[in-house]
Design a protein around this ligand. Structure first.
Ligand code: XIL
Length: 382
C-alpha cells in the first residue's frame, strides 16, 4: 500500500501508551474519567478477544482527542465508510479514490492496531454505474477488479475482510433466503462464490467474513435470517468456497426492539461454531430512540443492553472479536442521523449509543462492556 502521509501533530499510540493513561488525562482533560478506567482492549485481550472501533479518515485528520481515546481503548479499527465501493468511486470503473482508506490503513499500521476491511461488496453502497454496465461479462469483470484492487492493495495489513455485506433477505422470498439485489440480479447466486474465491486468491491470510444484520434477537424475521444465513454458510462450505468467519453486526436497541433471548443467541452462535467458523461482533451499538429523555435512565438502559448481549455472546468461545460502531457519541451514524430514520429520536435530543459520550467521558455502557469482558471465559485468540 502507498500509505497516505499522516498529518503531523496527530497523537501516536506510543506517546499515549508511554505516558500511560495519565498522559491521556493530561492531554485531554474531559477524558479524565476515561483515563481512570481500564482500557477495553486490555480487558478483551486478557480473554483472547480483540476489541476495536469504527473510525474515519476525517476523524483521524481532525479530531486528535478522539484519536487519543481510540489509541487508549482499541486494538483494532475498521473504516466506517472509507473503503466502501460507492464512497471511493462514484464516477466510473477504475477511478477509485483510495486516499481516505489509505489514511485509515496507515493509521492502523503506524499505531500497531489490527485492521478490518469493510467492505468489498454491499448492495447498498454499490456505485450507480455498476448496474448500468452493458453486459454480465463486464459486471463480472468489475466485481473481480474491485476485489483484486482492494484486497491486493491492503494485503498483509488486513486482519479480516467483509467480502459480501448483508447477503441475506428472507423477505425477498427466494427459497435460499438470498437478498434479491444488485449482485444477485447481475450475476446470479454464484456471485458469492466468485467474490470469496477472488478475495482468497488476492490474500491467502486475511479472514474472509460474511457480515449480516438483524440476526441476534428473538423475532420471526430474525429467526428466518439466521436460518437462511446458516443455509448459505453450509452451501458455501459444501462448494469449497473459502469462508472463515461470520460477522454479526448487532445494531441493537435499548428499548422497543424484539427481545433478546440469551439461550437462542447462544444456540445460534454454537451452530456457527459447529461449522468450524470464527465469529466476530462487527458493528455493536445500542440506539435509544424509544428510551426516555432523562440521560441517567437512558444510559442505564443502553448499558443494560450492552451487558445482556455481551454476556450471552461471549459465552461462545468461537467469538473472537468485538467491534463497536464508533467509540464516542461524538462520532456515530445514529447521532448524525444517517441512513436509518427508524433509529433517530423523535425529540431533539442527541442519541447516546456508544461507550463514551460526546465529551469522551466513559458512560455506563463502557462499564457494562468492561465488566462483560472481565466476566468472559478465556478463549484461544483467533
Ligand atoms: C453505515 C455508516 O455508519 C453510515 O455513516 C453510512 O451513511 C451508511 O453505512 N451496516 C453496515 C455498515 O455494514 O457499513 C453501515 O454503516 C451500518 C449498517
Amino acid at each position: 500500500m502507498n500509505a497516505a502521509r499522516l498529518p503531523a501533530g496527530r497523537p501516536r499510540r506510543r506517546d499515549v501508551l508511554a505516558g500511560g493513561l495519565a498522559a491521556l488525562a493530561a492531554a485531554s482533560s474531559p477524558s479524565a474519567e476515561a483515563a481512570e478506567t481500564e482500557a477495553l482492549r486490555r480487558l478483551a485481550a486478557a480473554k483472547g478477544l480483540l476489541y476495536g472501533t469504527a473510525i474515519s479518515a476525517g476523524q483521524i485528520d481532525s479530531d486528535p482527542a478522539f484519536v487519543r481515546l481510540v489509541l487508549a481503548q482499541a486494538g483494532l479499527v475498521v473504516p466506517e465508510n472509507d473503503m466502501k465501493w460507492r464512497d471511493i468511486n462514484l464516477g466510473a470503473p477504475g477511478h477509485d479514490d483510495h486516499r481516505p482508506g489509505d489514511t485509515v490503513a496507515g493509521f492502523a499500521v503506524e499505531s500497531g492496531l489490527a485492521l478490518r476491511g469493510h467492505n468489498l461488496l454491499w448492495y447498498f453502497r454499490t456505485p450507480p454505474w455498476f448496474g448500468a454496465l452493458p453486459s454480465r461479462a463486464e459486471q463480472r469483470r468489475a466485481v473481480i477488479d474491485r476485489i483484486r484492487a482492494m484486497v491486493g492493495r491492503y494485503r498483509g495489513i488486513i486482519h479480516s475482510w467483509d467480502v459480501v455485506n448483508e447477503p441475506i433477505e428472507p423477505k425477498d422470498g427466494r427459497p435460499d433466503g438470498l437478498r434479491q439485489a444488485v449482485f444477485l440480479d447481475a450475476l446470479g447466486p454464484g456471485y458469492l462464490d466468485l467474490a470469496y474465491r477472488t478475495a482468497r486468491e488476492a490474500d491467502s491470510k486475511a479472514l474472509l467474513v460474511v457480515n449480516e444484520y438483524d440476526i441476534v434477537l428473538d423475532a420471526p424475521g430474525q429467526e428466518a435470517r439466521r436460518t437462511a444465513l446458516l443455509g448459505l454458510l453450509h452451501r458455501m462450505q459444501s462448494a469449497g468456497t473459502p469462508v472463515d468467519a461470520v460477522g454479526i453486526e448487532a445494531h441493537l436497541r435499548a428499548l422497543g426492539g424484539p427481545p433478546l433471548s440469551p439461550a437462542r443467541l447462544r444456540r445460534f452462535l454454537a451452530d456457527i461454531a459447529g461449522l468450524g467458523l470464527t465469529i466476530q461482533i462487527t458493528e455493536l451499538d445500542v440506539s435509544d430512540e424509544f428510551a426516555p429523555a432523562d440521560i441517567a435512565t437512558r444510559d442505564r438502559l443502553v448499558a443494560d443492553m450492552y451487558r445482556r448481549f455481551l454476556d450471552a455472546a461471549l459465552d461462545e468461545p468461537a467469538v473472537k472479536m468485538v467491534v463497536t460502531w464508533g467509540l464516542s457519541d461524538r462520532h456515530s451514524w445514529i447521532v448524525r442521523r444517517e441512513t436509518n430514520p427508524v433509529r433517530w429520536r423523535r425529540d431533539e435530543l442527541p442519541s447516546r449509543p456508544l461507550p463514551f459520550d460526546a465529551e469522551l467521558r466513559a458512560k455506563p455502557a463502557f462499564t457494562a462492556m468492561a465488566e462483560a469482558f472481565a466476566h468472559a471465559p478465556v478463549r484461544r485468540p483467533g
